[in-house]
Unconditional design. Structure first.
Length: 164
């Protein structure tokens, strides 16, 4: 599934916020790569990629409403604008529901059962670890607690020159 228009519309949604646009593009690239390496079914790959594009779409609303960009607030505020954007672009209802669910959980690291969810968490962390200049110790701790996919672990280890 081609997400070119979704990507353009999301960038327009975040106009003027170069940092967040750069972030979503990096998460999208990592998510797409991880999904391909893990051989996701095409529908799940498309959902993962759309969720990666939209995962932080609620951040501006969270900052306005709660004066915080905290993950829980992003999870609360993200699904509504994502649903509107996806609906306006005529994505199927079940697809929209799953993308919105992933957005509503992308900072929740417990009870992760599905690969689209797992890979979204991993892709977001691959970017956040760099952007937040996390220590090797913090990265290793997160890897142990959250990372499960062989491709995600391999990529994290390679990017940050970590031991297995």
């Amino acid at each position: 599934m081609d997400h070119t228009i979704l990507l353009r519309k999301t960038i327009e949604f975040d106009h003027g916020d170069a940092r967040r646009i750069q972030h979503l593009l990096k998460v999208y690239a990592f998510a797409a790569q991880l999904g391909r390496e893990e051989h996701l079914a095409p529908e799940m790959q498309a959902i993962l990629e759309a969720a990666a594009i939209l995962h932080d779409i609620g951040i501006h609303a969270a900052e306005a409403k709660y004066h915080s960009a905290g993950g829980k607030y992003q999870e609360i505020e993200g699904p509504a604008p994502a649903r509107k954007l996806l609906s306006d672009l005529d994505y199927p209802p079940a697809f929209i529901d799953r993308v919105c669910w992933l957005i509503a959980h992308h900072h929740t690291y417990t009870d992760v059962k599905d690969m689209d969810y797992q890979l979204l968490l991993e892709a977001d962390f691959l970017v956040n670890a760099f952007e937040d200049a996390l220590s090797a110790e913090a990265i290793c701790s997160f890897r142990q607690k959250v990372f499960r996919s062989p491709s995600g672990i391999r990529l994290l280890n390679t990017i940050y020159a970590l031991e297995n």
